[in-house]
Design a protein. Structure first.
Length: 89
């Protein structure tokens, strides 16, 4: 669908389609989010794609934060072991 990011039609049904950010794709398990918006009405699809795009963006940010927290935790562990401190796991 030209002019509307993340919205495309297959047959008469509209779908949300978005790439997963490259920095999280490996841990996310896929490179693309694609799912039906469960409507054949273009006006309804335009409303739903905006809602779903915001939801997917929020999930992506949460995933990125979780990765960051895990990387920080992993980076702290070797220092604690070198200093003779017990791990926090």
């Amino acid at each position: 669908m030209p002019g509307r990011p993340r919205l495309y039609g297959r047959g008469s049904t509209y779908y949300h389609r978005a790439a997963v950010p490259k920095d999280t794709a490996e841990s996310y398990g896929t490179v693309e989010e694609t799912f039906s918006l469960r409507t054949k009405n273009r006006a309804e699809a335009l409303v739903r794609v905006r809602i779903e795009a915001a939801r997917i963006d929020r999930l992506s940010q949460e995933h990125r934060r979780a990765l960051s927290r895990q990387q920080e935790k992993d980076a702290e562990a070797p220092l604690e072991e070198l200093n003779g401190l017990p791990g926090r796991r």
